[in-house]
Design a protein around this ligand. Sequence first.
Ligand SMILES: Nc1ncnc2c1ncn2[C@@H]1O[C@H](COP(=O)(O)OP(=O)(O)OP(=O)(O)O)[C@@H](O)[C@H]1O
Ligand SMILES: [Mg+2]
Length: 180
Amino acid sequence: MHIMDSERTYIAHSHSVEDTQRLAASLVRYVQAQDVVLLDGDLGAGKTHFVQGIAHAMGIHDEVTSPTFTILLSYPGIDHNGASLTLNHFDLYRLDDPADLDDIGYWETLEGPGVSFIEWGHKFASCLPFDYLDISIDVIGEDDRVFTICACGDRARRLLAAWAQDEEARLTPSTSKNVR
Ligand SMILES: Nc1ncnc2c1ncn2[C@@H]1O[C@H](COP(=O)(O)OP(=O)(O)OP(=O)(O)O)[C@@H](O)[C@H]1O
Ligand SMILES: [Mg+2]
């Protein structure tokens, strides 16, 4: 059966924090307002370091740490063309009750004028956006990580198709059918 590029799962290998941040920077060339990226993987997998790479490429000079206790931190940044683009960085790890997300304006933030990255984004089924890029990070060695990337929704599929064409991203189509 012919599998369209836009439906593929992609893999990226990282051998260092710098690799991870380069991979993140390559994604910034394609993101736009209202894009949502879910980041999953064990404690210490590299989710926050990936977002640091995003922040750096968006011209954000603040130190980006995990918003573990606040759930959400937002930073004014710029997109690849130099236009304003807010970076929203969520971390759902310590969230006990997904209803609390209403208090911090979760849905309004996702639908607002920013791009959103959500650590532990799969924690609650009720928090899943309708359209998102799904990134899962596996630790395979002290500095080695495997990123497994797939898309849920039309916009995410277009985003991933564009990102996958970027030579610096070095995404390779996954040969495994059941990676998640
Ligand atoms: N290739 C790599 N990519 C990213 N981080 C790496 C890599 N190799 C080693 N590391 C280390 O792994 C750790 C990743 O920490 P980070 O805070 O980004 O993880 P996290 O997934 O956000 O964890 P948490 O769930 O606790 O928020 C850091 O100590 C970093 O130096
Ligand atoms: Mg983190």
